[in-house]
Design a protein around this ligand. Structure first.
Ligand SMILES: [Zn+2]
Length: 391
């Protein structure tokens, strides 16, 4: 029955004579199951010819109508002026360059108006894409600002809970050194730094851990861990305080929380930013365990250098120690500064970090322009170090 609707031509002979290009196409026809069928078309000097496995359909050129249509006007429709319900469409614009159409003045207007509609739709699509790119570019651009703003809304109590949870895990594998008199000496020197952090609402708890790795780190909420390797490899109080200033800056600048918020993805950040900070509470509930896998980004390291430097200046402790200790560490490939508990992740602020020299250079520029006067620290460092080593 269906075949009675179709005219079958000697298409292969014609194709050969006219060197015809075929295009993927779809035939819309009310007699086909589902109303449409995929196949190919080509245009010869007499007809637009659609071919599928069992269906062939032709539209004589004298009845041909051409237009752009479909979603976003991106498709080219061929139809018979006498058959409203039947049409063939393709998404391939180059069909409009088919010899039979270009050489026939009947179709000049059709081609012109179809191309115009297609171009309009292309411009519309490009504008749409540009808006999308601008939107996401803008989001990305403001991501840091959103993350900082969210971090500032996180109660310090949340941070402290997360830090304490992590500390409990770490305590299992660390050998803590308990020596009140040496701790007292250390606190005497570091007090002006700690006071600045406490002004921001953090209470600092200081711990010494027996471990030869040159390492020190601060946990969210204000727990600070100093390993014996740091004390033994530093040459002055200024060097130790330089490292401490950097570590404390990670706390006050809320880098742990910002890393965590960064890791939840742009849309979660956006929804928390637009909504309520409490939407992050669930993430924080598990934070203790996950925190160790978060890394301090390069920009956080730079920020911690800057902020730590400023804290040292405020404390009247010469910040040049930060530079000299960084230089010592640069040569030490076992350094694991800033690694939290997971030592397989290298978050080192030195040694393997490609921009270490850049950071040292930045600090040297700050030093060169520094007009501040600094105090002579009241305790002999080597005596402290020896007492520490003999524990
Ligand atoms: Zn750091």
């Amino acid at each position: 029955m269906f075949f009675s609707l179709c005219k079958i031509y000697f298409i292969f002979l014609q194709k050969k004579a006219y060197n015809l290009t075929t295009f993927s196409a779809v035939l819309i026809h009310p007699d086909i199951t589902g109303g449409r069928c995929a196949g190919t078309i080509y245009i010869d000097q007499f007809n637009v010819c659609f071919n599928a496995e069992e269906i062939k359909y032709v539209i004589p050129l004298q009845f041909l109508h051409i237009s752009a249509g479909g979603s976003g006007n991106r498709l080219i429709f061929f139809s018979d002026k006498n058959q409203n319900a039947i049409s063939i469409y393709t998404s391939d614009n180059s069909i409009l360059k088919s010899e039979a159409l270009v050489n026939n003045s009947l179709f000049n207007e059709y081609i012109k108006s179809t191309k115009k509609t297609l171009n309009k739709s292309l411009v519309g699509t490009l504008i749409f894409l540009a808006i999308i790119v601008l939107f996401f570019g803008g989001l990305y651009f403001f991501k840091d600002k959103m993350v900082s703003s969210l971090a500032n809304q996180v109660p310090i109590e949340w941070e402290k809970k997360a830090g304490d949870k992590l500390f409990t895990t770490m305590s299992l594998q660390y050998k803590f050194i308990q020596n009140d008199s040496l701790k007292k000496v250390f606190l005497k020197i570091s007090d002006p730094l700690f006071k600045q952090v406490e002004k921001d609402g953090y209470k600092i708890d200081l711990y010494f851990v027996k471990d030869p790795t040159i390492n020190a780190f601060a946990l969210p909420g204000g727990k600070v861990i100093i390993q014996t390797g740091l004390i033994e490899n530093a040459k002055s109080w200024e060097e130790v305080m330089g490292v401490l200033g950097h570590e404390l800056a990670h706390v006050t600048k809320r880098h742990h929380i910002r890393s965590m918020i960064n890791s939840i993805g742009l849309f979660a950040i956006l929804s928390a930013f637009m909504g309520d900070i409490s939407s992050l509470a669930g993430t924080f509930a598990n934070l203790g365990g996950n925190l160790a896998s978060l890394s301090n980004s390069r920009s956080f390291e730079n920020e911690a250098d800057e902020e730590g430097w400023m804290m040292l200046q405020n404390a009247k402790i010469n910040p040049k120690g930060m530079i000299s200790f960084f230089e010592t560490l640069k040569a030490d490939h076992t350094t694991k500064m800033d690694t939290l508990i997971n030592k397989t992740i290298d978050l080192s602020f030195l040694s393997t970090h490609p921009n270490t020299q850049q950071r040292i250079d930045n600090l040297k520029i700050k030093m060169k322009n520094d007009q501040n006067k600094y105090i002579v620290l009241p305790v002999n460092y080597n005596e402290f170090k020896d007492a520490f080593s003999n524990l």
